[in-house]
Design a protein around this ligand. Structure first.
Ligand SMILES: C[C@](O)(CO)[C@H](O)COP(=O)(O)OP(=O)(O)OC[C@H]1O[C@@H](n2ccc(N)nc2=O)[C@H](O)[C@@H]1O
Ligand SMILES: Nc1ncnc2c1ncn2[C@@H]1O[C@H](COP(=O)(O)OP(=O)(O)OP(=O)(O)O)[C@@H](O)[C@H]1O
Length: 269
């Protein structure tokens, strides 16, 4: 590694999240269609003794020392590097911020195994791909899926959601897996199919933070919204639109109503 390498650590969005069972060790079996935004944290890696700097508007709650998942990624690989993180994704938000940051570091270092990736977090293997994929097992089984480019809006009502608390609040842990994912003819076709799928963590997250229901209903009320759902363990919700123009218009509409919410138009693929 010579000069500084920049990697986008894109937001991860669970377009579907089916929880299909629970292992004896407490981890849940998942079946999830995951997509990635064209927006995320910026991760910079350069040669040198291990060091991390964290900057940006959304640094609250992000560790700046050895517990940061980027630093832990270096430790797992027995590597040294100078790291810089420009944080643009809210933490504990269901869009994989820390996992995506760790995966970005692992991509630069190269040669990580699925076991090493999983030791950092269940979302790290899928974040290594950083493109649409079906995720199964407890997160270790990932296969790429072809998706049309989906115009979308991400909305976080600025409440943090620790993932274990949401899993604990679930009342039904054995649900149907997804059927075979079809080949989609376009955005509307994909949204129609997605509407028949679920996020099995959504009701549990709403029971902890009812404002998520408000985010979903406000997204559904925006013009031309094709689908609105929560991502991961929340609280970030996403909506799909036929065009980026519609997604930008919805961002404007919602932003006027909720000046304190985090609202970001993007494409997902
Ligand atoms: C809910 C998802 O975001 C869906 O993409 C992920 O499965 C969670 O991924 P993550 O944040 O990388 O999760 P980890 O940091 O590995 O795990 C946090 C906690 O979530 C629970 N956990 C996580 C993954 C999984 N398949 N089953 C679980 O029960 C465990 O209590 C674990 O202690
Ligand atoms: N680089 C990082 N960025 C954000 N959080 C980090 C990072 N490294 C460690 N953390 C810690 O990880 C915890 C979870 O943050 P993160 O944003 O990854 O969660 P999440 O949104 O629940 O992810 P997921 O969608 O995978 O469930 C935070 O409490 C934070 O202290």
């Amino acid at each position: 590694m010579t000069s500084e390498t920049r990697q986008l650590a894109p937001a991860k969005v669970n377009l579907t999240l089916h929880v299909t069972g629970q292992r004896d060790d407490g981890y849940h079996l998942l079946d999830s269609l995951v997509a990635f935004a064209d927006f995320g944290d910026d991760v910079y890696v350069s040669a040198g003794p291990t060091h991390l700097s964290v900057e940006g508007d959304l640094v609250a709650g992000v560790p700046t020392g050895p517990t940061n998942l980027m630093w832990r990624a270096l430790d797992v690989m027995g590597a040294e590097a100078s790291l810089r993180l420009v944080k643009r994704l809210p933490a504990e938000a269901g869009i994989g911020g820390g996992s995506s940051d760790a995966a970005a570091v692992l991509r630069v270092i190269g040669g990580s195994t699925v076991e090493q990736q999983m030791s950092l977090g269940a979302d790290v293997p899928v974040c290594m791909l950083a493109t649409a994929a079906r995720m199964r097992g407890v997160g270790e089984q990932v296969e790429k899926v072809a998706l049309p480019l989906l115009p979308a809006l991400l909305v976080n009502p600025r409440v943090s959601m620790p993932t274990p608390a949401v899993f604990s609040a679930m009342t039904k842990r054995t649900n149907a897996e997804m059927p075979v994912i079809p080949t989609f003819e376009g955005v509307a076709d994909a949204a129609d199919w997605l509407a028949t799928m679920r996020n099995d963590m959504q009701d549990a997250a709403i029971s902890i933070q009812p404002v998520i229901e408000r985010a979903l209903s406000d997204l559904r009320s925006t013009r031309q919204c094709l689908l609105a759902r929560m991502s991961g363990s929340g609280a970030t919700c996403f909506a799909i639109y036929p065009t980026m123009k519609a997604a930008h218009f919805a961002a404007y509409e919602l932003g006027a109503m909720h000046t304190d919410w985090w609202i970001r138009p993007c494409t997902l693929s």
